[in-house]
Design a protein around this ligand. Structure first.
Ligand SMILES: *[C@@H]1O[C@H](CO)[C@@H](O)[C@H](O)[C@H]1NC(C)=O
Ligand SMILES: *[C@@H]1O[C@H](CO)[C@@H](O)[C@H](O)[C@H]1NC(C)=O
Ligand SMILES: *[C@@H]1O[C@H](CO)[C@@H](O)[C@H](O)[C@H]1NC(C)=O
Ligand SMILES: *[C@@H]1O[C@H](CO)[C@@H](O)[C@H](O)[C@H]1NC(C)=O
Ligand SMILES: *[C@@H]1O[C@H](CO)[C@@H](O)[C@H](O)[C@H]1NC(C)=O
Ligand SMILES: *[C@@H]1O[C@H](CO)[C@@H](O)[C@H](O)[C@H]1NC(C)=O
Length: 374
């Protein structure tokens, strides 16, 4: 879920006031790290999908195992009303927040606004000793809307934090609790997945990672493909694990549907969603082949001129796996989870695209890596 302020993603929604965004970071965030790692055995943490959102287990304060929605479109930790149990080091920061997110619903529309106060407390990856002792956490006040399950953890970095505060993984990096400031996700197609912390796990994917440059954290460029053929080049893409669907600009998506020979309908704007939507559907037995090419055409050309950029010089097309393309099914007809909306200047590549795939995000080299799982 991108935060609504997040670099004007989804500007069709206009600006939603984010009254208590304060850009001055708090000080004294975290103490020394306590993790010992070897390169080959990266610490991993299981994830599970529930209705198009992916959850991991984290311990927060004296709460042992919170199931938090893993989000790469935002940066903070928010805990749902009534769930927080303070730990011994809990501190109330006496500062309130209001945070709004777009693409909050299962169909990719909708907002969530949460309100509450900032606390600091320890946050660990459940079952590990990856602990940030004084992590900033937004504790939502009773009566505010709920995030699915227990709350949310964002991995997008301080630039998109509602409080101007460093995120949990950033703090682990600052503490040098991880050998590399690198975070990987592998989503299987059976609702299970794995998070990899502090490096890349080469043994779980096929071939080499295809690498692309970052504009900002989790925003890169790619090409758009139908049946393995590129139909649009050099588009900006927000890779957002916390969005249930894949959103593209309406014209490009219409062209994709046309090339794939599938039907579509146009859904007019409503009071709650001001964008015009194009929604495709297809016989479930013959799904279209939609994909994205990485790096983008321009970035491949650039990489050829720069021996040190780390960006791949050869592109690959990664197709959305047929299982993940289904938004819903009825009478042998499937609705496409990849759809279009007006006034979108960036693709929002949500969770369906990552199924069957390993995604690496390297905060230090500012590269993302892409590969198909074994
Ligand atoms: C952290 O966990 C690792 C792996 O389980 C272990 O080898 C190490 O001793 C632990 N470190 C501390 C400080 O507890
Ligand atoms: C979180 O941990 C609990 C208890 O071990 C487990 O039942 C649950 O499946 C885990 N959830 C996720 C998302 O891994
Ligand atoms: C935070 O919000 C609550 C409830 O609206 C209010 O009572 C409190 O005074 C606010 N605190 C600060 C520091 O603004
Ligand atoms: C899900 O798929 C992965 C990868 O194929 C496999 O290792 C795992 O055992 C499967 N889990 C379940 C619960 O089916
Ligand atoms: C990648 O491509 C985008 C848009 O085409 C461009 O703005 C950016 O500078 C390129 N970056 C690199 C490292 O090639
Ligand atoms: C080559 O890539 C590196 C790493 O991204 C960058 O720092 C450097 O400015 C690039 N050089 C040129 C000539 O673009």
């Amino acid at each position: 879920m991108p935060s609504v302020m997040y670099r004007s993603v989804f500007h069709i929604f206009g600006t939603i006031a984010c009254a208590s965004v304060i850009s001055v970071p708090l000080t004294g965030t975290s103490g020394p790290g306590s993790s010992t790692l070897t390169r080959r055995a990266l610490p991993i943490a299981q994830m599970a999908e529930d209705q198009f959102f992916w959850f991991g287990n984290y311990s927060v304060g004296s709460g042992e195992s919170f199931e938090l929605l893993v989000d790469t479109g935002s940066s903070d930790i928010f805990i749902n009303p009534g769930k927080y149990k303070p730990g011994l080091t809990s501190k109330n920061r006496n500062r309130n927040f209001t945070a709004s997110f777009s693409t909050a619903k299962l169909d990719g529309t909708g907002f969530i606004t949460v309100e509450g106060s900032w606390f600091q407390d320890s946050v660990s990856l459940y079952g590990s000793n990856f602990t940030v002792p004084n992590q900033d956490i937004g504790i939502c006040r009773p009566g505010t809307e709920g995030i699915p399950r227990d709350g949310l953890i964002g991995f997008a970095g301080i630039e998109s934090s509602f409080g101007g505060l460093p995120g949990w993984f950033e703090n682990l990096c600052t503490e040098k609790a991880v050998p590399e400031c690198r975070y990987g996700l592998a989503f299987n197609t059976n609702k299970t997945g794995v998070q990899y912390l502090g490096g890349v796990e080469n043994s779980v994917f096929k071939g080499d990672l295809v690498t692309t440059p970052l504009e900002v954290q989790w925003v890169t460029w790619g090409d758009v493909a139908v049946n393995g053929e590129i139909i649009a080049r050099d588009t900006r893409m927000l890779t957002d694990m916390g969005t249930a669907v894949i959103w593209g600009p309406i014209d490009t998506v219409q062209e994709m549907y046309k090339r794939a020979g599938i039907e579509w309908e146009i859904i007019p704007p409503t009071n709650t969603f001001p964008g015009k939507i194009i929604q495709g559907s297809y016989p479930c037995a013959s799904p279209p082949t939609f994909g994205f090419g990485f790096p983008s055409t321009q970035n491949i050309t650039d990489a050829a001129q720069n021996a040190t950029s780390g960006v791949s010089r050869k592109g690959s097309i990664f197709n959305v796996v047929p299982e993940a393309l289904i938004a819903s099914e009825s009478d042998g007809k499937c609705k496409s989870i990849l759809k279009g909306v007006t006034n979108l200047d960036i693709w929002i590549i949500g969770q369906p695209f990552y199924q069957g795939r390993y995604i690496d995000h390297n905060f230090e080299t500012r590269l993302m890596g892409w590969a198909d799982l074994e």
